[in-house]
Design a protein around this ligand. Sequence first.
Ligand code: NOJ
Length: 558
Amino acid sequence: MPNAFYKDLIVYQIWPRSFCDSNGDGIGDLGGIISKLDYIKDLGANAIWFSPLYPSPNHDYGYDIADYMDISPDYGTLEEFKTLLNEAHSRGMKIIMDLVINHTSNEHKWFLESKKSKDNPYHDYYFWRDGKKGGKKPPNNWKSTFAGPGWSYDENLNQWYLHLFADEQPDLNMDNPKVREEVKKIMRFWLDMGVDGFREDVITFISKKEGLPNGFPIPVACGIEHYKKGPHLHEYLMEFKNDVLSQYDCFTVGEAPMMTPKLALEFISEGKNQTLDMMFHFQHMQADCMITDFIQRPFKLKKYKSAMSSWQTELYGKGWNALYLENHDHPRIISRYGNDEKYRVESGKMLAVSYLCLGGTPFIYQGQEIGMTSIKLPEIEMYEDVSTKNVYKMARSFGLSHERVMSLAKRASRDNARTPVQWDDGKNAGFTSAEKPWFHINPNYEQVNVANDRENPDSIWSFYKKLISLRKANPVFTYGNYKEYMKDSDDLYVYERCLDGKKLFVICSFTEKQVIFEAPEGIELNSGELLISNYKYPALSNNRFKTKPYEARVYLFG
Ligand code: NOJ
């Protein structure tokens, strides 16, 4: 496969509101980001993905966009953004923007126009439909992904508009060629400015089945079978590629809920039919839950392994993987797949090894590199996230007790990942000089913070930095083929990667229990170089050892 530039990137994701505040208003901003570019570079990342920076009424914190071609005054100005872009490029870093085109904000001018009258030129930018039963019932039974109805009523028009997410996020009608032209304008606007690509928000939802038929009746995201990979998806993505993306040296990563490797290859197989460079799938994020983070079950390592393995093997030589464990939509990974109490550091390092030794382009979410953990807020009033609030209401209406729903929210809420980055052990964790930050700071900031971690050679941060530099120095990490061992183990994730006579051998224990690891036939651990490990004196005798809690080792042969 050709070595496109995006294959060698290590991408750092910034969720701007909680990254770093430079002007003392309690909200992260562009000045804060500029002040931390050297920090990101020092970690070893060479690209940044910005969650939305655009003006937004923030019903879904930036994912409800009111103007695609400007910067939110909360974060700064377009001029400041250009400075940031230059500063990043001068450090050899790429920048990708979040492209949220499945829906806009209900305060976007297109939507405000569209609701003025049925013959307004913008009316057909959205899915406006007459209701059933004399107009008083929604046009179909679709439900929002955030729990609650998928339609909202407008009295003035006596019509309903579709929203797959919050009420304030009306879906764009991508079947309207004018809407697609608007999307292309937005893409060109940022690409002409010099950005290097896009992370495309729920991009696989942009085409809906004609006639919007009723969906299989489920309480959340009912109707999804009619839009999760709609009839014109491929065609529209191809149009964006041919008319815009192919004319720039840029890359795309598409967010793709419910994606499988087989389906993904329809979009990311390298060649003339390719429409996206890589995809964020969700399969490995469901090792402790089903469909959504709120439907919880005990963590099963085999689920994590089989998701990782199928994407590694099925895409190899055909399409490119996007690797991630955290983002702004999921609780912190140590609090899910690791142990955030007794073994935060050990399990944080092991989780890093488990995915940073795989093939693809890795993404690291702000704070992941210091092992930030979920905040687990105790009261529903303390939450900001619209999906948590909606799920709370829905679950209570189904009869679940307050305590039960709160225990789900503490584990599943997206707010767990949205607490301000903990920079030091000073006031407000060094995030802001304001009296009050916009959101709660995790009380563990006195121990868990960037300043501590950067000083300490044994910290999670130092471990990430070392692992990233090993990855950059050894192409086998990025390009090697993949083979999994010990598939039946409930405790160990073991795999190898091979390229040009080099072999990486990776062992990760997902338990605090001691497990006896015996090297498989043909692997002589003694003859390999132990590249990195999360314990100081790794034992080994007769090609076997007893694992320490959450132990991880990476050997290099050849
Ligand atoms: C996925 C984004 O990552 C999430 O934060 C957002 O709420 C939905 N798409 C809707 O835009």
